[in-house]
Design a protein around this ligand. Sequence first.
Ligand code: FE2
Ligand code: FE2
Length: 272
Amino acid sequence: MNRIKGGNVYQNEYQKRCQAARDAFASRKVVNELFNEEVDPKLMKLFMISWSALSSGLTQPIPEYLKRAGENCAKKGVAEMAAFFAQHTEEEDGHDEWGRDDTRKLVERWNKEEPEFPLNAEDMLKNNMSPAVKRYHKLHENVIDGDSPWAELAIDVEIELITTQYGPRLLQSCVRSMGEDSLADVSFLREHVRFDVGHTETNFETIHKLITKHPEYTDALVETAFKALESYADFLDDAMSSAKKIFKQISASVPLGFGATSKKVPISLETD
Ligand SMILES: [Fe+2]
Ligand SMILES: [Fe+2]
């Protein structure tokens, strides 16, 4: 696990109160399954495809959300947070395309390795707004348009912290299931693991300064952090259930050459 310097340096009310939310995230079934259990290599490949496709949906409106959060902070006279969000907007630009590119590369890899069960990346990308993705967007909307638009920071803090804490292990799982060269096809994850340590340091410092100046903001920040972590675990759930649905279809079919089916299996990425 990567160590975040700020996690030790900034022991404040926010960090203390968020521990319960981070623990709840860690104990979610899907998180345990992905990070503490042995996942079938094929299921892992499908998870990464579905995670990348849904990540493109998840990240699509984020630059717009950050821009609006900044504008609303400016309107409420919280200039430092207006500046923070304005700067962060650029960082998150184009992430949806990034997720799309990885999805296409991973599907291409899958189709080479599993020619009897071809997947269609474009179909998957058409279905990238799963129920949890929509709920995650709604959370942003509620925060930005609510009384405490600066609480958007708590979503940033927690999601980027997840990347630093869980991302390296997910990369290791990619290498185990698809080989070292698959790292080229999970660039969205790989690069976030590389950069979110620095972003998390900045986030922790920003939140520390904000609640030192405005201790009355802490409640809204903590409340948003709880919702963000729950929402991201739901998102992982959606990605995993899509992957499992495909995995089940595959496991139930006998590939060409074993006599049971001569048809290519039509596979879709839809969440219930
Ligand atoms: Fe990012
Ligand atoms: Fe980041």
